[in-house]
Design a protein around this ligand. Structure first.
Ligand code: ADP
Length: 654
């Protein structure tokens, strides 16, 4: 037996590391199993050499066992094993010095260590008071070796007898980490980190329920799928295989994905993977099933935000790349050239796939549009390159349920919806029921109305308008494309075909009526009303509400965006339009006579005289109130007491 000192310089590195890595000690299992898998893979390579001789290759499973009495956890493999010299070289010298170097480098960056590789074999000491290695090398005449170390820089090494080739790593689990002696904990960790390792991992035996009892079968309980779909050729896989793999990845997911993309690149970096498009209806769906990042089939993390653009994290699936640097800090990752290339590649692949699906079957694509639109819009809004690729298949839907790209839509409505100044006006609603009247008026003029009720639609409209302005799309000077919500003005004003119609009333006459209405408008916090007179269509309502498109849109965008709270705090403002072309208004205009009266009011216990304007019409004619209420009702703003009063008044008036 030999004794020695592990090649580390500081005596107390063990306890420091134990504490230091406290939050992520579970990775020890991944590290040990990765080593066992590597040793097995190496053996497979060696066995294929012409001079390999006859090596038993029948059982290459890696086995994980718990012994509750001895309080040990053992990882065994039948791989290449190690000779005494190799243990000395790889464990005593390299493994430990590697660990020390690593820790010195990242002492202040816990984040860099957590979840990343680099600690290797050494991480066993995070949870063990003693670690033993029993190893029998595949090499002829090699003697088996037993190495033991109790978490100090001293170790012992001696010759031993081991029946089978390969390595057993025996961890004597620290009392404080007794959870690693629980079957459920270990099985959970194996399923998390080892689910797709390329060598079979067995944990205990398969169990079955028989006559109300759980009995152990003779068969190993295999944790992993050694040929996960992403490692296979797309030509070997059917749609069912992709669907099956999806559920293997996310056992709790009931929904089927809409479609998938198989990633496969060798140059200038290695990357494989499968991405799935889930149905994304709301923000709530997001991030439930995250993209998983693997490195040669070893699970690394499901935090891929630094590796792919944010909108791509809405997708599901796996990415496997040995070329993503894992033992660096996350902020470094984003600036890494390989990572940038990988991100660019994935973006392009995703866009290409969507373009291909769109081209292959436009109707089928349109059917799926509502489920993927959030993802595509998010991508277009945040990634210029993706925008360029996606504008050819990003769709819009009109209220009749017809889909088209922006360009197709422009072609369709250009002739009818261009106003007298050459502006192309695209009409939309976010609620076809609420805007029923306005929509009908637009339809009567032969116009089309888009349905824009998605969370990101307002942002996309603004983006399309800006792009049109910059590119001079649809007109020489370019500033010609405008989205307006159908209720933001009268249809005649939204798409002005001729100069505004005039009426025959004087400004004073109209001003009097305006003031009378103004005096009767409801007041509320965060709500402002203005009144204007307009010669709208004779068959339009006598009074109606409009809401300025710009302000409303800014407010809507503010709800989603930081730094726009200025708009968010502005009250909602509506304009009450008095239609001077309507007989009811014509009957009222000019009838208004206001007078100023003095009134005594009590203020802070003192009597005060104030001058008040009394509008005759506002006071005497119930019809004004009724008209205002009709306008409010038509735009869904008449509620509660005001609604009850309206109903009562209607009965009285009848
Ligand atoms: P890394 O795996 O990153 O090289 P480790 O500290 O995990 O670092 O392991 C150091 C070396 O010890 C390995 O490179 C390998 O040569 C050897 N080794 C570790 N575990 C095994 C094993 N189960 N079978 C054979 N060799 C092993």
């Amino acid at each position: 037996m030999s004794k020695g000192n592990i090649g580390v310089t500081s005596d107390n590195i063990f306890p420091v590391i134990k504490k230091f890595l406290y939050s992520d000690h579970e990775i020890f299992l991944r590290e040990l199993i990765s080593n066992a898998v590597d040793a097995t893979q190496k053996l497979k390579v060696i066995s294929r050499q012409p001079d390999a001789g006859n090596m038993p290759m029948d059982d290459l499973r890696v086995r994980v066992k718990i012994d509750k009495e001895k309080k040990t956890l053992t990882v065994s493999d039948h791989g290449i094993g190690m000779t005494a010299e190799e243990v000395d070289k790889y464990i005593n010298q390299i493994a430990f010095s590697g660990a020390e170097e690593f820790l010195n480098k990242y002492k202040d960056q816990t984040e860099a260590i957590i979840g990343h590789f680099g600690l290797g074999f050494y991480s066993a000491f995070m949870v063990s008071k003693k670690v033993e290695i029993f190893s029998q090398s595949y090499m002829e005449d090699a003697k088996a070796v037993h190495w033991s170390c109790e978490g100090t820089p001293e170790y012992t090494m001696e010759e031993t007898i081991k029946a089978e080739r390969g390595t057993d790593i025996v961890l004597h689990i620290d009392d404080e980490f007794s959870q690693y002696l629980e079957d459920a904990t270990i099985e959970g960790l194996l399923r998390k980190y080892c689910k797709f390792l390329p060598v079979e991992i067995a944990f205990g035996k398969k169990k079955e329920w028989k006559d109300g009892k759980e009995v152990e079968l003779d068969e190993d309980n295999i944790i992993n799928d050694i040929n996960p779909a992403w490692t296979r050729k797309p030509s070997e896989l059917k749609d069912e295989d992709y669907a099956h793999f999806y559920h293997e990845l996310y056992p709790m997911q009931m929904d089927e994905p809409l479609f998938h993309i198989h990633l496969n690149v060798d140059y200038p970096f290695h990357l494989t993977g499968i991405l799935y498009f889930p149905k994304i209806k709301t923000n709530l769906d997001v991030h439930r099933n995250k993209i998983q990042l693997y490195c040669n089939q070893v699970f690394v993390t499901d935090e891929v935000e630094q590796i792919v653009p944010e909108y791509l994290t809405l997708l599901h699936g796996v990415i496997d790349s040995p070329d993503i640097p894992l033992n660096v800090s996350r902020s470094y990752l984003q600036s890494d050239n390989n990572v940038k290339k990988i991100s660019g590649y994935i973006t392009k692949k995703v866009a290409d796939k969507l373009a291909e699906l769109y081209k292959a079957d436009k109707d089928e694509f349109a059917k799926k549009w509502d489920d993927i639109k959030m993802f595509i819009q998010f991508g277009m809004l945040t990634d210029e390159k993706f925008y360029e690729r996606a504008k050819g298949f990003a769709l819009m839907k009109n209220i009749a349920g017809e889909y088209s790209t922006l360009d197709e839509y422009i072609d369709k409505v250009k002739a009818t919806q261009t106003d007298k100044d050459g502006h192309l006006v695209l009409l939309y609603t976010n609620d076809a029921d609420a805007h029923y009247t306005s929509i009908e008026r637009a339809k009567a003029k032969g116009y089309d109305v888009l349905l824009m009720d998605g969370e990101l639609d307002v942002h996309c409209m603004s983006q399309a308008e800006q792009k049109a302005m910059m590119n001079g799309e649809n007109g020489e000077n370019g500033e010609n494309l405008r989205f307006v919500r159908i209720d933001s003005d009268t249809i005649e004003n939204l798409i002005r075909k001729e100069d505004a119609a005039k009426d025959n009333y004087t400004d004073e006459q109209k001003e009097g009526l305006r003031k009378a209405f103004e005096a009767l408008l409801p007041t509320a916090d965060k709500l402002r009303y203005t009144v204007s007179c307009e010669a709208a269509a004779a068959d339009a309502l006598p009074v109606f509400l409009t809401q300025n498109e710009f302000m409303r849109r800014m407010k809507e965008m503010a709800a989603h965006q930081q730094g726009m709270s200025f708009y968010g705090n502005i009250p909602d403002s509506y304009n009450l339009v008095l239609n001077t072309n309507h007989p009811l208004i014509q009957e009222l205009v000019g009838k208004e006579t206001s007078e100023e009266v003095q009134e005594e009011v009590e203020k802070d216990g003192k009597k005060e005289t104030v001058v008040k304007t009394v509008y005759s019409l506002a006071n005497e004619d119930e019809r004004l109130k009724q008209l205002i209420d009709i306008a409010l009702l038509a735009s869904g703003q008449l509620k509660g007491e005001a609604l009850a009063k309206f109903v009562e008044r209607s009965v009285t008036l009848l």
